[in-house]
Design a protein around this ligand. Structure first.
Ligand code: CS2
Length: 481
């Protein structure tokens, strides 16, 4: 079978759409940290559309840890297939990723790209934990990578460290900063990233920190498109449909949305021209998405796993669970939100539930269950705290939290690895648990997850204990099934 690469583009089958531009003629104008599946399904697809009109915005991807993406894509000239799996199925070859650097191997090359005058945009998908923030969302100076970057600012490990050093060099060269666009599911992502960058710079050079504070544009964004990890079924499907060998195809649903603060986009790529929403009210979009899509996603992941389901689709076939999630969205979460202009919240909820029921997408609950300690505060606890403050019923919010505790205990008892930056602490707690209400108290000692104000609330504790008991019945159901 022919390998996907630049020379294969001239003879693509009718089943697959190729780039509407010559990838070899594209210049690099964007540096992206974290070229994982979500980025390749989402931002790179927007940039692919952009390049058809303006060849200045090719992407240099930077992997901070692993060489996997570079090694897979090097022999295919950075090209890969995007399979859009929905009511209609389509295949598209994306040419936007023009090179991939592996930071620990190519550090100076990364700084060379970050200081090119033509590179005017830096984007990131490094996951929640990749920003190295503490529970209050400020830079965590006790994080080992940040401690390392403070000691070795010119040879950083963290994303924030690379940004600070890149900006330091730009300042030294008399250049303006790049625009920094974070694309992870963090509330106020731009504000928090900029504050983290300024905080790290301040420890090094007060003038650099002032320059960054005054000149760096770092907009808040909302990103959305359901992107399951690549599996063998996708590889087979893509090679059968396209007749090409692709080392790392990507899959996603048809729905895709990207919202960026309008002021940050002046003079940059024509994002609006390729379907990006530019607005002054990103927080409303982002809160709605984090709480109404990601919150229910994590709820399905933990409750669904306890009930023995494997994918979001499977969990949504359980009428009781699907009904629970729908009520949580419509009756508990939506009333706390301000709808962004043009969005009808009940309609938004129903559209999300329909996306969860997409039979063409096999999204593993285990993938969504990663990093619960990082995700739950943003996705569930933020809504829960507001509901509690307003005297609303919080009992439904407690169920995904208790399910997470039981999920962690189950994994520990089965000796399975927990993917979470707090994995060590979580399994230490889990090992002491005995399925009594006292277990909840043990988890509540995790200050990184549960704010002191919540831990002090008797209503919260009682809600969690009741939910924890309820979860024990799910385990039993799964065992009988
Ligand atoms: C998911 C998200 O893995 C997860 O935690 O909730 O990746 C989700 O699929 C995306 O945010 C959808 O835009």
């Amino acid at each position: 079978m022919t390998q996907l690469n630049l020379s294969a583009l001239s003879s693509l089958s009718a089943a697959v759409t190729g780039p509407a531009y010559d990838p070899a003629a594209v210049e690099v104008g964007i540096v992206h940290f974290g070229p994982g599946a979500f980025f390749r399904a989402h931002q790179a697809a927007y940039v692919d559309a952009l390049l058809a009109k303006d060849a200045r915005w090719g992407i240099c991807g930077v992997s901070l840890h692993s060489s996997g993406v570079r090694d897979a894509l090097i022999s295919q000239d950075g090209l890969y297939t995007l399979a859009v799996l929905d009511e209609e199925i389509s295949y598209r070859v994306i040419g936007a990723l023009r090179e991939v650097l592996v930071a620990p191997e190519d550090r100076e090359a990364v700084f060379e790209r970050l200081t090119r005058p033509d590179v005017r945009v830096v984007t990131s998908t490094v996951t929640e934990k990749g920003y190295c923030l503490a529970a209050d969302f400020t830079l965590d100076f006790s994080h080992p990578d940040i401690a390392h970057d403070l000691a070795h600012p010119q040879a950083p490990k963290s994303f924030v460290g690379y940004v600070v050093e890149g900006l330091r060099r730009r300042k030294q060269n008399g250049q303006t900063p790049f625009t920094l666009i974070p694309c992870d599911n963090l509330p106020d992502n731009g504000k928090r990233l900029k504050a983290a960058v300024v905080a790290l710079a301040a420890k090094q050079d007060a003038m650099l920190a002032d320059w960054i504070a005054a000149h760096l544009t770092c907009p808040c964004t909302m990103v959305d498109s359901i992107t399951p990890a690549t599996d063998d079924a996708l590889r087979t499907r893509v090679s059968e449909a396209t007749g090409l060998d692709d080392n790392w195809p990507i899959q996603r649903e048809a729905f895709t949305q990207w919202v960026i603060e309008a002021h940050a986009c002046e003079g940059g790529p024509d994002w609006a021209g390729v379907g990006v929403t530019l607005t002054d009210n990103v927080p409303a979009f982002e809160r709605a998405k984090l709480r109404l899509l990601n919150g229910p996603h994590s709820s399905l992941a933990y409750i669904g796993s306890l009930k023995g389901y494997e994918t979001v689709y499977d969990a949504m076939q359980d009428a009781e669970l699907a009904g629970f999630v729908r009520t949580l969205m419509l009756e508990d979460i939506a009333p706390l939100l301000e709808a962004p202009a043009g969005m009808d919240l009940p309609g938004y909820c129903e559209a999300i539930l329909k996306r969860f029921r997409n039979p063409a997408i096999r999204h593993l609950l285990s993938q969504i269950a990663w990093d619960g300690s990082q995700k739950l505060p943003i996705r569930i606890l933020a809504s829960l705290s507001e509901a509690l403050a307003q005297g609303r019923d919080i009992s439904r919010f407690c169920l995904p939290l208790a399910a997470w505790m039981r999920f962690v205990i189950g994994k520990t008892r089965r000796n399975e690895a927990i993917t979470d930056p707090l994995a060590g602490k979580l399994s230490d707690i889990a090992r002491t648990c005995d399925d009594s209400a006292g277990d909840v108290t043990k988890f509540l000692t995790l200050g990184e997850v549960f704010p002191a104000s919540l831990v002090a609330s008797a209503t919260f504790r009682a809600g969690l204990e009741a939910a924890y008991d309820q979860c024990l019945t799910f385990n039993a159901e799964a065992a009988t099934a």
